[in-house]
Design a protein around this ligand. Structure first.
Ligand code: SAM
Length: 409
């Protein structure tokens, strides 16, 4: 039996329950990423458990769950398969000593001095396609100076704080804006003063990085372990008692799209094809070669979801080749999530409690009821007391909502 409830006010978008709720929220605000969920949402869930519980997030992204958990005294395990996000979550959940904080400030001053002295001739910039659309020349030069100067620092954990400040800066001064599934670029003004613009980038970097260092002064009371692991065969160092997570949505939003600039500048990506390869491993990924690989994907198992094949069939017939591709996309997504629930069951203690935050989606006006299908998959895997709560309206499309699906092992 799957129980369903609806929060009051779901017809509002409740933006505080999205990544926007993390603005101005210390470590949670270090780098703003659209797929992140809200610290308020996680706190509501955490408040239901006492602090001796080990919290797991198998799709941990920017680490919201783990940092929230550790701030309220829980130990947490975070898993994701994107190496940049692993680095970011580790950096955000590390407890910096007073010496590391003071080193970070000393190095911050040094960076600007070195950056100003570097000759522009041999500056490295990342191999991003059409990079001049992302940054005007002065901004690009300033960023190249900054990264060269950060790389020249002596080793130390505090360098990661400077890199977070750098990531924050590179996106603030870029011309890109991220729309639903695409990236668009602002027009380039006729003439820019090299010196003024560079100075502007440096001053944004100083402000951002100081904010990051300031909030790193407050330590987390719980311990956070971050592991690189595929959620479909998740492996973690100890069993968990509580899962709070927000997996990819069935909406063709590839995380790599928004993460690419950071990943190139920090050296996690060297060539374009690597982005497609990484996205193919991600559930719901459609970037680059991930899309063409979908065409040859198949799985002969019968998925335990009522009406699954019928809805997939309708999407398949809806819009020629696009409909066919999207039907495979939706199908693979739920097979991947099925594998995830099977694997998850093995790494949880008896009585473990799960909360999954997920949105439904719509393809050619056919609503894919992700929340209901999650409930059916969880039930087929053996989870009990399944409850689906509608928590907010997603956007102007009247059919799209966000849900919390809860279950017990
Ligand atoms: C909606 S985001 C999670 C965001 C997170 N709640 C936060 O606040 O930042 C989903 C995450 O799932 C990760 N992911 C996708 N496929 C995965 C897989 N097969 N195994 C592990 N993580 C995966 C993505 O890299 C992404 O970080």
């Amino acid at each position: 039996m799957i129980n369903t409830t609806t929060l009051q006010n779901i017809y509002r978008q409740n933006a505080h329950l999205t990544f926007k709720g993390n603005n101005g929220n210390g470590r949670h605000d270090w780098l703003r990423l659209t797929p992140a969920y809200s610290v308020h949402l996680v706190k509501q869930e955490l408040d239901k458990h006492d602090s001796s519980r080990v919290i797991l997030d198998p799709f941990s992204g920017t680490g919201t769950t783990g940092i929230c958990a550790a701030q309220s005294g829980h130990d947490a395990i975070l898993a994701d398969l994107n190496p940049f996000l692993i680095w970011l979550a580790e950096t955000k959940s590390y407890n910096y000593s007073a010496q590391e904080i003071s080193q970070a400030r000393t190095k911050l001053k040094r960076i600007l001095k070195t950056a100003n002295r570097l000759s522009t001739e041999k500056l490295w910039t990342p191999p991003i396609h059409n990079i001049e659309r992302w940054w005007h020349k002065p901004q690009l030069t300033a960023l190249a100076r900054l990264i060269a100067s950060i790389k020249s620092l002596s080793a130390g954990k505090e360098n990661d704080l400077l890199l977070v400040g750098f990531c924050n800066t590179l996106i603030k001064v870029s011309n890109a804006s991220f729309n639903h599934q695409s990236v668009s670029f602002r027009e380039i003004p006729e003439e820019l003063s090299l010196q003024n613009e560079e100075r502007n980038v440096f001053s944004i970097f100083l402000d951002n990085t100081e904010k990051v260092i300031k909030s790193a002064e407050t330590n987390l009371s719980g311990k956070v372990i971050v592991v690189e692991s595929d959620a479909r065969k998740i492996k973690i160092p100890q069993k968990a008692d509580v899962v709070i997570t927000s997996p990819p949505y069935v909406n063709r939003m590839s995380y790599i799209r928004e993460l690419r600039p950071y990943m190139y500048w920090l050296g996690f990506l060297q060539e374009a094809k690597e982005a497609g390869e990484l996205d193919w491993k991600a559930i719901g990924g459609t970037w680059g070669t991930a899309t063409s690989k979908l065409n040859t994907w198949s799985d002969e198992r019968k998925i335990p979801i009522d009406g699954f094949e019928q809805l997939i069939g309708k999407i398949f017939c809806a819009n020629g080749k696009n409909g066919q591709l999207l039907s495979i996309y939706v199908k693979k997504y739920f097979y991947d999530m099925w594998d995830h629930f099977i694997a998850l069951n093995k790494v949880l203690n008896p009585g473990a409690q799960l909360t999954y935050i997920i949105g439904n989606s719509s393809f050619y006006d056919y609503v894919v009821p992700a929340e209901k299908w999650y409930g059916e998959l969880m039930s087929a895997v053996g989870f009990k007391k399944i409850d689906i709560e509608t928590i907010r309206k997603r956007n102007s499309n009247k059919a799209l909502f966000e849900f919390a699906i809860r279950a017990t092992k």
